[in-house]
Write a protein that binds this ligand. Structure first.
Ligand SMILES: Nc1ncnc2c1ncn2[C@@H]1O[C@H](COP(=O)(O)OP(=O)(O)OP(=O)(O)O)[C@@H](O)[C@H]1O
Ligand SMILES: [Mg+2]
Length: 508
């Protein structure tokens, strides 16, 4: 699976976007009309189409042409207006790339449709929190800085949905990519949540000032945005470049429905006949008024839903050669073990881990044998606990697995890790290690998680006479050896030395 996308050229070198980083850190594209934003988004979508699910909110209906070349489902919002939330949930469930075309709706309808659709994506069941790019072109329409078009209620709904996407989408696997003509017209909280920027040609001082603020540049330096050519952008952010990087966006394979205006030679001037031509109906016109052109036929909701279901990745996989189930299970175990052993994956968000995992499975041709997200989470937690073959053969490990299954999903990895250490008589780990197995780098959060496990009686943290940390699992009757380093400050303050668990158990 490709994890970098080539956007074009930066000097003599290719300009790359790191897809995984992009999923975690979002992107804001700004540039005046005609600067090449939609072209840039198309380039990003085309180049990453095989690697990540894509969902496009498309006010102009320009991106529906992606469906001709790739697997995107084009959704005519006007035709399925009342079902958009349900359709959005299905899109997440089946991991289908889709383009929501809003061009047949009035502004009010566009706002309501985008809000319903985004809410459906956001409210998807936890087990469907797969990673996806959510591209919103003309984002200032849906998240205006000030009152814009449409009623207050419609604007409030769409702004709320856009804010959710940008502020709280990451945990749910949703990565917002927003493009706007005018930074000053885009709600500040929506713009501020993107950590990557691609700035194109910008004329107005107020937009330049906001761009400079967002990029942490001198306002004078931002003047350079005025001189950019069409298709030229300055990129900055963790997925792009640490320093402002001028990029020329490369070509695209599909074309939008709207192009640049070109000059067409005028016909011979009709002279005095011009007045008559304008005020008299032609025979064609009279004919078309008698027989109006039929409206473009619209698919019913049922058709769209059926298409979404038919496009399930599983359905595509049915055409793949059957792979022996035992072989597939062994390959999945191998992939999980390899990922568990990679230190750079520690502390990553679940959607990103799953994206990586699915890519590795696809490379091995596993097709239908790829476990779903919820199963991946459980099995990866077990793999990351790192139990040796000998430990895995012990009945106590079985008991640990059974107990972990009764815990909430996010606690299972941490619990199994401590159980493995205890069964192998290994020393208690430090906070950093524990945080990696829970999936947090925040000491405060880890402290709360440990306190929660203690409250439940699943884990006891104590220190031995030498002030070293020991972690006990009372329900399994096991505990780790004392940690090699001194117990962290919070553990020492909170807990007095306690006798070893076996001594306590013997006393009871
Ligand atoms: N990098 C590029 N290479 C070649 N053509 C480009 C490039 N960028 C943009 N164009 C062309 O320039 C025209 C305008 O680009 P585009 O539609 O992407 O602008 P935009 O910033 O989205 O404008 P608007 O805000 O009005 O939608 C299009 O015809 C597009 O094909
Ligand atoms: Mg555009």
């Amino acid at each position: 699976m490709k994890s970098t996308v080539e956007m074009g050229a930066a000097g003599g070198a290719p300009a790359l976007i790191d897809l995984e980083e992009l999923l975690a850190t979002r992107l804001l594209v700004q540039g005046n009309s005609g600067s090449g934003k939609s072209h840039l988004l198309r380039r990003l979508l085309e180049q990453s189409a095989g690697s990540v699910q894509q969902i496009v909110i498309d006010p102009e209906g320009d991106f529906v042409t992606l469906a001709e070349r790739f697997d995107h489902v084009a959704i005519d919002a006007a035709a399925v207006q009342s079902d958009l939330q349900r359709i959005a949930r299905r899109i997440r469930q089946h991991r289908v790339s889709a383009v929501l075309a809003l061009d047949e709706l009035e502004v009010e309808g566009q706002l309501r449709a985008a809000a319903a659709f985004l809410t459906g994506l956001f409210d998807a069941d936890r087990e469907h929190w797969y990673p996806a790019l959510v591209v919103v072109d003309e984002a200032q329409l849906f998240a205006p800085a000030l009152s814009g078009e449409g009623t207050d209620e419609a604007r409030r709904l769409s702004l709320g949905a856009m804010t959710n996407l940008m502020c709280r989408g990451r945990k749910r696997g949703l990565a917002g990519i927003v493009a706007t003509q005018r930074l000053a017209k885009l709600a500040k909280n929506v713009a501020a949540e993107a950590s990557n920027f691609l700035m194109g040609r910008t004329f107005l001082d107020i937009d330049m000032a906001r761009a400079a603020d967002l990029l942490g540049m001198e306002r004078r330096q931002a003047e350079m945005f005025r001189d950019l050519e069409r298709g030229q952008f300055v990129g900055l952010g963790p997925a792009l470049s640490r320093k402002p990087l001028p990029i020329r966006i490369g070509p695209v394979e599909t074309s939008g429905r709207s192009g640049s205006p070109v000059l067409i030679p005028l016909p011979e001037p009709p002279g005095e006949a011009a007045t008559e031509l304008i005020f008299t109906a032609s025979p064609d016109e009279a004919e078309s008024e008698r027989n109006p052109v039929p409206q473009r036929p619209r698919p019913a909701t049922g058709d769209v839903l059926a298409r979404l279901a038919a496009q399930r990745p599983e359905a595509a996989c049915e055409r793949e050669p059957e792979i022996d189930p035992a072989e597939a299970a062994a390959a999945v175990e191998e992939i999980l073990a390899a990922m568990a052993a990679e230190p750079e994956l520690a502390g990553r968000d679940l959607p990103l881990l799953f994206q990586d995992f699915s890519g590795r499975c696809r490379k091995r041709g596993l097709g239908r044998a790829v476990p779903p997200l919820s199963e991946f989470r459980r099995r990866f937690a077990i793999a990351r606990a790192g139990a040796s073959a000998e430990t895995r053969g012990r009945p106590e490990w079985e008991a640990a697995l059974a107990h972990a299954a009764g815990l909430s999903e996010d606690l299972q990895g941490l619990f199994l890790y401590v159980a493995r250490l205890a069964l192998e008589a290994a020393p208690a780990p430090g906070d950093g290690d524990l945080g990696d197995h829970y999936g947090t780098r925040s000491p405060g959060r880890l402290k709360r998680v440990l306190a929660h496990l203690e409250e439940r009686g699943d884990l006891v943290c104590h220190v031995d006479a030498a002030g070293r940390r020991v972690l006990a699992l009372p329900r399994l009757g096991i505990e780790t050896a004392p940690g090699t380093a001194a117990a962290p400050e919070h553990a020492r303050r909170a807990l007095r030395p306690r006798p070893r668990l076996d001594q306590r158990l013997a006393r009871q």
